[in-house]
Write a protein that binds this ligand. Structure first.
Ligand code: MEV
Length: 312
């Protein structure tokens, strides 16, 4: 039996902007997806998907997941006309839009195949296979999710739009920082949301360029603030990033409300994380006490939330 795992992730800065070649920063979180595979004689594959989920997530993603699994098989040369593959997915990462659930499962699957077939692939090749898998979920992924999921840690990522290698740097924080992630309970379709933002950009390039100009400034300051552990500034910039995401129309009333609850409870900053129009928010909550306070504020009004750390 082959086994593998992939981390969940949270985007601190730059979802959607990253699709257009602008830098973004994401961190792996402690929760992960585990995959086990067994290859026997025969053909086709069977999937037991035991991952925890926000209601409806797996059903909504089922068709995309089929394409994704096939993409990973093809990239890794696993021919299911000549082999029967049993896949079991599990782990403690709760599947929801915004935590990199799709990327984590692609990474876990690629690692499990690598293990079962003793292919000897290291992280860069696993990351490539997972990227192919991510294409099943949305046609034009930037690659930030699978990169954070494969390599772990806090990642500064720039997609190369010419098809050359992407830029990936690991940022080491002086110490891990507590965060809270909370789910709106709504599952978003990344391809639909990314395509809609692109349409808006094409319809009104001037408007989009204005937002891009602000973001470019923001990400430079954000990286510096993180490296200097100036967490108040990091939080303030997360709030500004949220405003830009509102302008891109990827936040909504529920996400705005959640962000406000987190900030009112003392979070240094809070924003949509990931695709938006559903999915999750994240909140910067340095220290266990503040983390508990923000977590309680969100869960007391009925949202599911998770405590995690970045820069681990
Ligand atoms: C999804 O987690 C992040 C997006 O920027 C899409 C991508 O980067 O491929 C919305």
């Amino acid at each position: 039996m082959g086994k593998g795992s992939g981390f969940g992730k949270t985007i601190l800065f730059g979802e959607h902007f990253v699709v257009y070649g602008l830098p973004a920063m994401a961190s792996a979180i402690g929760d992960s997806t585990l995959a086990e595979i067994k290859i026997t004689r025969g053909s086709g594959y069977e999937l037991s998907d035991n991952r925890p989920e926000v209601p409806g997530y797996k059903e909504k993603k089922y068709n995309e997941q089929k394409v994704s699994i096939k993409n990973v098989f093809d990239y890794m040369g696993l021919d299911i006309e000549k082999n029967h593959v049993n896949i079991t997915l599990g782990g403690d990462l709760v599947c929801a839009s915004g935590v990199g659930a799709s990327a984590a499962s692609c990474v876990a699957l690629a690692r499990a195949i690598n293990d079962e077939l003793k292919m000897g692939w290291e992280n860069p090749k696993i990351n490539e296979a997972a990227y192919e898998g991510e294409k099943g979920y949305h046609g034009t992924p930037s690659g930030i999710d699978n990169t954070a999921s494969t390599f772990g840690g806090l990642v500064y990522f720039v997609k190369n739009l010419e098809g050359e290698s992407n830029t990936m740097e690991t940022i080491i924080l002086a110490k891990p920082v507590e965060m809270v992630i909370a789910s709106s309970g709504m599952t978003a379709n990344t391809s639909v949301v990314v395509a809609d933002v692109r349409k808006k950009k094409e319809e009104n390039p001037e408007w989009f360029n204005g937002i891009i100009t602000e973001y470019k400034k923001l990400i430079v300051e954000a990286r510096k603030a993180l490296e200097e552990m100036d967490l108040k500034t990091v939080g303030k910039l997360m709030n500004e990033n949220h405003k830009l995401l509102q302008q891109l129309t990827v936040s909504n009333e529920v996400l705005d409300k959640m962000v406000k609850i987190a900030r009112d409870a003392g979070a240094f900053g809070a924003k949509v994380t990931g695709t938006g129009r559903g999915g999750n928010i994240n909140a910067l909550t340095p220290g266990k006490e503040l983390q508990d306070k923000v977590f309680n504020a969100l869960t007391n009004v009925g949202y599911s939330a998770w405590k995690t750390k970045i820069g681990v």
